[in-house]
Design a protein around this ligand. Structure first.
Ligand code: UDP
Ligand code: MG
Length: 340
C-alpha cells in the first residue's frame, strides 16, 4: 500500500519520485485552473499516494500558462509545462507522458468535467487487480446536453470498438488510469488521444472500464465541434492499419495489389489470344482496363515491399523489438522495449 504523502519541496523534481503522475492538457482554461488544482489536491491528499500533477499548457492565449506558473509556486506537487505553441491535445498529453515519474499515470481534462475524486477509485482498481493495466473511465451519465455531441460519440464508440476489437462504452472519456509501462510504450501523434485504449491494447495492455462521474462544462468553451467526425474516421483507418498490418504491410498493400493485378493479367492474356488470332485490339477499352489493373497492382506490391523495409528500419535501426514482454510487478521498462 502507498506511503503517507510527504511534503515535497516546491517543484523539486529531483526529490523522491511520486507514486502517481496526473497529466492534464490545458488550452485556454484560465477560469478552471485554480479550482482544478485545488480539487485534485483535495482528492489526492487523503488517498495517501505521493502524487504530482503535470499540467501541460498547450499554447494558451488567455494567461493559463502564467496562472499555472503561479499556482506551481504554491503547490510543490504541481509541475507546469508550457508548450511553445498550440500543438493539440494529443501532443500536450504526450509532453506530459514524457515527463511522468510515477508507477501509475492518470489523465483527465482541465475543464472540470471529470471528477478528481474518481482518481483514487481508478487507482484502487489498478491496485486491486494485477490483471488490469489500464482503467478507462465511462461517463455513464454524460452531461453534454447537445445531441450533436452525444450521437456522433455513440456511433464512434461502436465503430472503434468493433474495428479495433477493444470493446468500450466510452472512448472519449479523458479520465483514465494506467500502469506506467503502458504509457512508456505508446506515442500519441495527431489526434490519436481518442484511440489510446486501442493503442494500449496494441501495446499489450489488459483494459478494464469503470463508470465515473461527469459534470457539465460551466466555464470556458469546448475546443471541438462536429467537424472532428471526418478526422475520427481517417484516424480509425490509420489505427486499424497499424494494429493489423504494421508488421506485415506487404499483406495489406500487396494483397490489394494481387487482387487488381491478377484480373489485369487475365484480361491482357485474353486480348493477346485475340490479337494472335488476327483481331484488332487497339481500340478496345478492355486493353486500357487490363493495363491499368496490372500497373496499379504492381505499384501496390512495390508500396508493400517499401513498407516492409521501413518496418525493419524502424525496429532494427532503433533497437525496438516488435514485441513487448509482460511487465508483471511493474518492472520499469527498458529503453529497448519502449515504443513500437
Ligand atoms: N486541449 C488541449 N489542446 C487543444 C484542445 C484541447 O490541450 O488544442 C485540452 C483542453 O484544455 C481540455 C482537454 O484538452 O483540458 C479536452 O478539451 P475539450 O474539453 O475542449 O474537449 P471536449 O471535452 O469538448 O471533447
Ligand atoms: Mg471537455
Amino acid at each position: 500500500m502507498p506511503l503517507p504523502a510527504p511534503v515535497l519541496p516546491p517543484n523539486d523534481v529531483a526529490a523522491a519520485p511520486p507514486d502517481v503522475s496526473i497529466v492534464i492538457p490545458v488550452f485556454n482554461e484560465v477560469d478552471n485552473l485554480r479550482e482544478l488544482v485545488e480539487r485534485v489536491g483535495a482528492a489526492m491528499a487523503p488517498s495517501g499516494y505521493r502524487f504530482e500533477l503535470i499540467a501541460v499548457d498547450d499554447g494558451s492565449t488567455d494567461g493559463s500558462a502564467e496562472l499555472l506558473g503561479r499556482l506551481a509556486r504554491d503547490h510543490g506537487w504541481l509541475r507546469a509545462v508550457p508548450l511553445a505553441r498550440n500543438y493539440g491535445q494529443s501532443s500536450a498529453l504526450q509532453a506530459g507522458f514524457d515527463r511522468v515519474r510515477g508507477r501509475y499515470v492518470v489523465t483527465l481534462d482541465a475543464d472540470l468535467q471529470n471528477e478528481p475524486l474518481d482518481i483514487p477509485l481508478l487507482l484502487q482498481r489498478l491496485e486491486a487487480d494485477p490483471g488490469v493495466d489500464m482503467v478507462s473511465g465511462w461517463r455513464r451519465e454524460r452531461q453534454d446536453a447537445a445531441l450533436s455531441r452525444r450521437l456522433p460519440s455513440r456511433i464512434a464508440n461502436r465503430l472503434i470498438s468493433r474495428a479495433t476489437r477493444v470493446p468500450l462504452h466510452d472512448y472519449g472519456c479523458a479520465l483514465k488510469a494506467y500502469r506506467r509501462h503502458i504509457i512508456d510504450r505508446i506515442r500519441l501523434y495527431g489526434e490519436l488521444h481518442r484511440f489510446i485504449p486501442s493503442l494500449a491494447r496494441d501495446a499489450g495492455a489488459r483494459i478494464a472500464e469503470m463508470p465515473v462521474r461527469h459534470h457539465a462544462r460551466t466555464r470556458g468553451q469546448s475546443k471541438y465541434g462536429i467537424d472532428r467526425t471526418f478526422r475520427v474516421i481517417l484516424d480509425l483507418v490509420l489505427i486499424v492499419f497499424f494494429m493489423r498490418y504494421r508488421q506485415r504491410p506487404l499483406h495489406a498493400f500487396g494483397g490489394l495489389g494481387l487482387w487488381l493485378a491478377t484480373p489485369g493479367v487475365l484480361v491482357l492474356a485474353y486480348l493477346l489470344v485475340l490479337k494472335l488470332g488476327g483481331e484488332d485490339i487497339g481500340g478496345r477499352p478492355l486493353l486500357l482496363a487490363g493495363v491499368m489493373l496490372v500497373l496499379i497492382g504492381a505499384q501496390l506490391i512495390v508500396a508493400g515491399l517499401t513498407g516492409e523495409m521501413l518496418m525493419r528500419v524502424y525496429h532494427e535501426g532503433q533497437g525496438r523489438p516488435q514485441y513487448h514482454v509482460r511487465a508483471d510487478g511493474d518492472r520499469p521498462t527498458r529503453d529497448a522495449e519502449r515504443g513500437g
